[in-house]
Design a protein around this ligand. Structure first.
Ligand code: GLN
Length: 243
């Protein structure tokens, strides 16, 4: 059910996240290790954003012939990338692939909103009409992004926006899986509700990822139902309230 990662810190080549490590994101697209809640591979597209530049495609990451060269020659200190396994009934299109973006804000969702679209129609209807008319795609993840973005635009912090949206969506759509991943270029915020997540820190950088990229020591799993706030110098994990 989708795999995603976010990196912040000393600039690195995109290939060091997407292709080089033994369990790089491209490997997670065809052989993920820890898929929960259905789905076997993540072949319904991918996206990668570095800084404010974004590249998305509806094709499997492993099949893109331009990406390896691009990744080997692009260096960035802010990266968010995802591979997608479309939830049944949702379209396989480029615009349904994370990262969703506005300016410096980058967002990804790994999971599913149960009973979509009816279950969260009430929440969505509180958004400005123009936001609903300009959703990236008719998917649960695009609606979640619109809900998060609405709060960010109002000046709410990344952590508060993610926590509030998880709480509201869980109330409206119980049993949803809501691993959100968000960055503004200065911190990474992530939630674990139903799916795996780990983080690793090296001098000057932090990497948050659905799965560890290698078997080296230093990866820490994030327990379910937690909020993670990470910068290269500090990582905090806070339990989320019960749904
Ligand atoms: N439900 C979302 C989609 O279809 C995310 C899917 C996932 O996490 N596999 O795009």
């Amino acid at each position: 059910m989708c795999r995603h990662l976010a990196y912040l810190g000393t600039p690195i080549k995109l290939s060091e996240l997407l292709f080089d490590p033994p369990n790089a994101l491209v490997r997670q697209s065809w052989a993920p290790r820890d898929m929960r809640g259905g789905g076997t591979i993540n072949a319904d597209g991918f996206g990668v954003a570095w800084g404010t530049t974004r590249f998305r495609s509806a094709m499997p990451m492993w099949s893109d012939t331009a990406l390896p060269r691009l990744a080997a020659t692009t260096v960035s200190g802010v990266v968010l990338a995802a591979v997608r396994s479309a939830t049944e009934g949702m379209p396989v299109v480029e615009t349904a692939c994370a990262p969703f973006q506005e300016g410096n804000w980058l967002f990804s969702h790994n999971g599913v909103v149960r009973g979509w679209p009816g279950s969260i129609a009430g929440l969505a209807s509180r958004l400005p009409t123009t936001d609903l008319m300009t959703l990236d795609a008719p998917t649960d993840s695009a609606v979640l992004w619109a809900l998060v973005r609405d709060r960010l635009r109002a000046g709410v912090s990344l952590a508060a926006a993610a926590t509030e949206v998880v709480a509201q969506v869980e109330a409206a759509a119980p049993e949803s899986r809501l691993n959100l991943l968000l960055t503004d270029g200065s911190q990474i915020v992530a939630t674990t509700v139903g799916h795996s997540l780990s983080f690793g820190r090296r001098a000057g950088s932090v990497l948050v990822s659905s799965e560890p990229l290698d078997d080296e020591p230093g990866w820490e799993p994030v327990p379910d139902r937690h909020l993670l706030v990470a910068t290269p110098s500090e990582v905090t994990r806070t339990p989320l309230g019960r749904a």
